[in-house]
Design a binder for this molecule. Sequence first.
Ligand code: PMP
Length: 410
Amino acid sequence: MSTTPNDTVMDLTLSFVGFVLGIAITLSIVLLFPLNHTKYKTSSFTRKQNVKKWQPPQISKGLEGCIGNTPMIYLRTLSEASGCTILGKAEFLNPGGSSKDRIAREIILSAQKSGALPKGGTIIEGTSGSTGISLSLMAAATGCKCEITMPSDQAVEKSNLMTLFGATVERVQPAAISNDKHYSRLAESRAKLSQENAMRNNEYHCSTFYTDQFENLDNVKAHRTTTGVEIWEQTGGEIDAFVMSAGTGGTLTGVGSYLKEQNDQIQIILADPTGSVLYHRVKDGVAYTPQQSEKTLKRVRVDTITEGIGIDRLTRNFTEYEECVDDALRITDQEAVNMSWHLLRKEGLFLGSSSGLNCTAAMKVAKQLGPGHTIVTVLCDSGNRHLTKLYNEEFLQKNELYVNIDAALV
Ligand code: PMP
């Protein structure tokens, strides 16, 4: 078929109109959806080679799987001031907020395994707070009930938490260990009573289990098998001293004995608050003068505002491995207060009084050893549990304590 000149003009006109329409439609899409346009703009970023991929943690098995493997923190201001490497094991980052999670896990799981704590049973403990908090959480996670006695001079934040976590909590008057009303002896006698009742009623299993954190050696075992191993691994064995206070003694002797077995040159140092008997035990081999045998001791607990540490008797969790302890330092409340506030204001670490006391002792050990050494201590719990005492200046003043951050490192 032949084409006329008219047909050619028509074809050209249609092509031109199509071309113009195409441009108009493209332009209007670009103008109408400018955000979409920029969203998909290709960037000039080029992937770096050989970047080590971050390994996300494995899936944890419930609460118990989240306990331990805490970070080790380089304490910059303490290290720079002493010329040593001072490291703090961040136990306050455990899910229950302290290293007591480790012993709660060990004691409860082993009691359930042996049948001593049946499912739905009741856990009984006397505690200054941290252990009770960890036990309350473990009780919830394992389907148990929890009954706690604690001295009324310990921060109310801690008993509030335990109640919130489902435990029954009784705050009792502070008393010496020789007194039947001592918080720990009260817990023990209640557990005994419950066991006697079960026997009287011919129950095959008593459903009450006394965790007995001071005497139950699963406490020290938890630190030998986890905390100590982690510290050794995290420092690559480069450690000259381990410094720690004692409440039950489980952390000090558990970590201490494990580290000593790896390298017997590592110094294990107790940091003891005023009033505690362990300082004399380590220094002189006796906790009491002959006139002060444990049974006759009348003095009320220990003479300190620090919490969870200091003790007026010898516990199995201290004596079982006490030969690993080389030396002891006495640390005052004023020193612990200054250091706790220093750690908050200069390191951004909001910690409890035992951590302040531990870090003061770590500084003193660093000065004794001289520059170039590595000292590890424990950051036991968070400052959140100490708002009404350590971080309440009115309370401190009533106890003739004053915050002096500048004095912390001297
Ligand atoms: N710091 C705090 C806050 C504690 O609660 C405890 C334990 N009562 C300790 C330190 C001492 O730990 P341990 O019982 O292992 O000696």
